[in-house]
Ligand binder design. Structure first.
Ligand code: PEP
Ligand code: MG
Length: 902
């Protein structure tokens, strides 16, 4: 039975059998070749071996049952179609064997061309090419080289050296000067190299060549560079690659042949037009190798008008069919155009918006689809300042764009120097081979970070992203010498103090200072660019798509803001209220002294007088914020962090007191302070006396804040504005905590608001796991919940949020324990489950309970989709992320089904 099943399993698809939706099975290249074939475009015939065959091969180390027979059958039909047999001595069919995974992994896996050539068919190929011996022998030597390197792991340099020797013997530096005899000699040399490294002759049997090449492509899925690339791009490791076996066509058969690439729109700007390059008398790999310069695609019109017109027609058809920007590879063999590849083309963030807008104008897609085609990460990229580049600035190196932004500054090589220079007001770029946790202070001080090693999940990359700092990692052309305080790149030496500029989006590194340009998209959000009056395709497209996202989304978007100024800016960015106003910063600066008085108070009177002095200051803070958010809800959170954070550090204070005592000075006040700091010192302040616990322990503290909020609301309302305060209690774990605070707060509110018409809601954060698990009880006492996913992640995982990201997350990412920091994107299964439970049980206990999130995740694209699915009412995030959250909330509403019931 099993044997029969495996025989029936289909591992090989003719191009005519597939289509573009079968990318999982046929890989991107195979699926699109099938699609073009079915559209009637001239694709060289061939077939695709599925990713399933690859996975079976990788799991067992041998081809699955039935694969060999299916390849045989498809090869026979290919031979019939071409009227030639693979490797036939008189008139050979040659094939290329190409990898092609579901997601494009450029250059990471293997390809073998000219399979089917051997000592006899090389003669047949020459005859086929009109007696072009040079072409035939050149093709043969390329096969031995590629096959030896990729299939049999012969070191590539050996072939390169032999080629150099041949050129030297001829007295030339150009491959094209080698004639047929030279190339025949080179084939002999290559064969010897092959024997030396493999202990066997170069295989002459065409089918054996084919089978070995297929196997090598399967295996290349697990080549080290492919593994590293996948990890960086977060491509799952278990997809496998498909293998495409395609009849060879040749672009190097003379002046009437050639090869090129084309884009149906400009992938950089999105502008419509014909973009691409062409190289006459060449094969694809010559273009990549850059041996000769390509010409703009438009010049093909003069060279071969028929092929050019045909290509334009196919490009238009592909765009119309894919309803998107396509990129294309093609070859012309003696005046006959062949389409070798197409796919929906990669594009810049700006082009993504512009093209989506154009396609709507052209009636090819609707606005929902346009919204689906862009994403929050792209929008975030467009909100960073950019370098203003002209020809003067050429990059000297390119690494990985690990954390976006544009930064210029003086080069430093140590954390200490970074801190020193930054303290003098200098902009610095910290350059390291790779960073480690000891570099943290330098990273904080620097404008940007540049490393010569490491990928997107290296320590530098992870930490920089967490800080929102520009970072280029893995710029391996840089030779960094930290002890000598210099690096060399492209033959130039850069010393400490020299200026460099790094682009964290493109990964490019420039010498000198490149001017920085503000983002037009931010100017638009801020209201200084009116889309209707702007001759800027990007701004218009962003406006249009954002408008649609706003009309489509179910989630409201609020902001986290603690000042009137931030609130006003967030409102311009589209915030529909404040989801979190943290009140702790209001206790800093010149108010510290009052807080010290509060903490040090020995009597009720002393404490009350300190609170009474704080009250008007707090009230003024809230008046500013309510005014900026006139008409919109404002969630004010009562004070959260441990009080000792408002006091001087223990060690420093102890030293000061000791020194003063030594000098015989009067230190009574300092001693009292020191005693208080000692008393309040905690080993784990994050799990200590903070949030609601503080409110329950220090009499009058929360009451003062509640009074300030209510009085501010009444004052603003009397001035004709509308204040909608929502008081939020932090760190609640048990309903009794909330009930106690609420009872006191309600009394004060009733007393203050009187008949002013002001309504004040009282709710809680859900940020302690116990609160999530007892949400049904807590909802009885809460008019709203706001999920504090920062603390919920901290306490759910037991990860100190201040320490772990810099300390060891790089290792967790490397090991794949998670693909992204759970502080950055919500851990759906764990912390997300707590959110889901609390949302469901809270709403079951109190139907209509208002639910929001105000942890950092509120502005993270993937998390926004999760919160939409869970049915929250709003997300709240920092002002700059408000547009991203609006866009993603819109996308969530169109990409999920069944969750729009509310
Ligand atoms: C949270 O814990 O998610 C939260 C918003 O509160 P904070 O970050 O101030 O602890
Ligand atoms: Mg918190």
């Amino acid at each position: 039975m099993a044997a029969q099943d495996s025989v029936e399993h289909k591992y090989v698809y003719d191009f005519a059998e597939g289509n573009k939706d079968l990318k999982d099975l046929l890989g991107g290249k195979g699926a699109n070749l099938a699609e073009m074939t079915n559209l009637g475009l001239p694709v060289p015939p061939g077939f695709t071996i599925t990713t399933e065959a690859c996975k079976a091969y990788l799991a067992t180390g041998r081809e699955p049952d039935g694969l060999a027979a299916q390849i045989e059958a498809h090869l026979e039909s290919l031979e019939r179609e071409m009227g030639r047999k693979l490797g036939d001595p008189q008139d050979p069919l040659l094939v290329s064997v190409r990898s092609g995974a579901k997601f494009s992994m450029p250059g990471m896996m293997e390809t073998v061309l000219n399979v089917g050539l051997n000592d006899r068919s090389v003669v047949g190929l020459s005859a086929q090419a009109g007696g072009n011996d040079r072409f035939a022998w050149d093709s043969y030597r390329r096969l031995i080289q590629m096959f030896g390197k990729t299939v049999c792991e012969v070191p590539g340099e050996e072939f390169e050296h032999a080629l150099d020797d041949a050129k030297r013997a001829k007295g030339t530096e150009n491959d094209l000067d080698l004639d047929a005899d030279d190339l025949r000699g080179l084939v002999d040399a290559y064969k010897k190299i092959f024997v030396k490294h493999t202990g066997r002759e170069f295989p002459q049997e065409p089918r054996e060549q084919l089978d070995l090449a297929i196997r090598a492509v399967f295996e290349s899925w697990n080549a080290e560079r492919a593994v590293v690339y996948r990890r960086q791009e977060r491509i799952p490791a278990d997809l496998g690659t498909a293998v495409n076996v395609v009849a060879m066509v040749f672009g190097n058969l003379g002046a009437d042949s050639g090869t090129g690439v084309a884009f149906t729109r400009d992938p950089a700007s999105g502008a419509q037009g014909i973009y691409g390059d062409y190289l006459a008398n060449a094969q694809g790999e010559d273009v990549v190798a850059g041996i000769r310069n390509t010409v703009p695609l438009q010049e093909l019109e003069q060279l071969d008008k028929k092929s050019y017109d045909e290509l334009l027609d196919y490009m238009a058809r592909l765009e119309e069919h894919y309803k998107d920007l396509c990129d294309i590879e093609f070859t012309i063999e003696r005046g006959k155009l062949w389409m070798l590849q197409t796919r929906v083309g990669k594009r810049t963030a700006a082009a993504a918006f512009v093209i989506a807008g154009q396609l709507v104008d052209e009636g090819l897609i609707d606005l929902d689809e346009a919204l689906h085609r862009v994403n929050g990460a792209q929008l975030a990229q467009l909100m960073f300042p950019r370098f203003q580049l002209d020809h003067e600035f050429q990059p000297v190196a390119k690494g990985i764009g690990a954390s976006p932004g544009a930064a210029s500054g003086k080069v430093v090589f140590t954390s200490a120097r970074a801190v020193e220079l930054a303290a003098e007001g200098e902009s610095v770029i910290l350059v390291r081979r790779e960073t480690n946790p000891d570099d943290l202070n330098g990273m904080i001080a620097a404008k940007g970070i540049l490393t010569s090693r490491g990928g997107k999940t290296s320590h530098a990359a992870v930490v920089a992203r967490g800080m929102g700092k520009t970072c280029v990692s893995g710029a391996d052309e840089l030779d960094v010498n930290v002890p000598a305080k210099r690096f060399t790149v492209a033959g130039q030496t850069v010393n400490e103090g020299d200026v460099v500029s790094i682009d964290g989006t493109t990964g490019k590194v420039y010498l000198g200072e490149v001017p920085v340009m503000p983002s037009e998209v931010v100017q638009y959000f801020e209201g200084s660019l009116e889309p209707e009056h702007v001759d800027n395709a990007l701004v218009r497209a962003v406006h249009r798509i954002m408008t649609h996202a706003d009309a489509t989304r179910r989630l409201a978007v609020r902001t986290n803001a603690d000042t009137g100024e931030d609130a006003a800016r967030a409102r311009r960015f589209g915030a529909e209220g404040i989801g979190l106003c943290r009140t702790e910063h209001m206790f800093l600066g010149d108010r510290r002294e009052l807080v010290e008085r509060l903490i040090l108070a020995r009597t009720d009177d002393e404490r009350e007088s300190a609170l009474a002095a704080l009250l008007p200051l707090q009230r003024a803070d809230f008046v500013d914020i309510f005014r900026a958010m006139d008409g919109l809800p404002v969630t004010v959170r009562l004070i959260d962090p441990p009080l000792h954070e408002f006091l001087p550090p223990l060690e420093q204070l102890a030293v000061n007191v000791a020194v003063a005592q030594e000098r015989g000075e009067d230190v009574a006040k300092e001693e009292a302070l020191l005693a208080a700091v000692r008393r309040m010192h905690e080993e784990n302040p994050m799990l200590g006396l903070r949030g609601v616990r503080l409110g329950l322990v220090i009499p009058g503290l929360f009451a003062m804040q509640v009074r300030a909020i209510a009085e501010a609301a009444v004052a603003v309302t009397r001035d004709g504005a509308v204040a909608k305060p929502e008081i939020m209690v932090p760190l609640v774990g048990a309903v009794q905590e909330l009930e106690t605070v609420r009872a006191e707060a309600e009394k004060i509110i009733a007393e203050v608001v009187g008949d002013s018409g002001v309504e004040v809601l009282i709710g809680t954060m859900i940020e302690v796991p116990r609160a999530a698990l007892t949400a049904g009880q807590i909802a009885e006492a809460a008019q709203f919940f706001s999920f504090g996913t920062n603390d919920l992640t901290q306490m759910g995982w037991g990860f100190s949020r201040d320490d772990v990201e810099g300390a060891f997350f790089w290792r967790y990412l490397e090991l794949g324990i998670f693909g992204i920091s759970p502080f950055e994107s919500i851990d759906r299964e764990g912390v997300g489950r707590l959110v889901r439970i609390a949302a469901e049980e809270g709403r079951a206990a109190r139907p209509g309970l208002k639910l929001g999130v105000c942890g950092e995740h509120g502005g993270d694209p993937d998390s926004v989709h999760f919160f939409h699915e869970v049915g929250l009412d709003y997300v709240s995030c920092s002002p700059f992320r408000v547009p991203v959250a609006r866009l993603e909330a819109g996308r969530a509403a169109i990409t999920t089904t069944g969750s729009d019931s509310r």
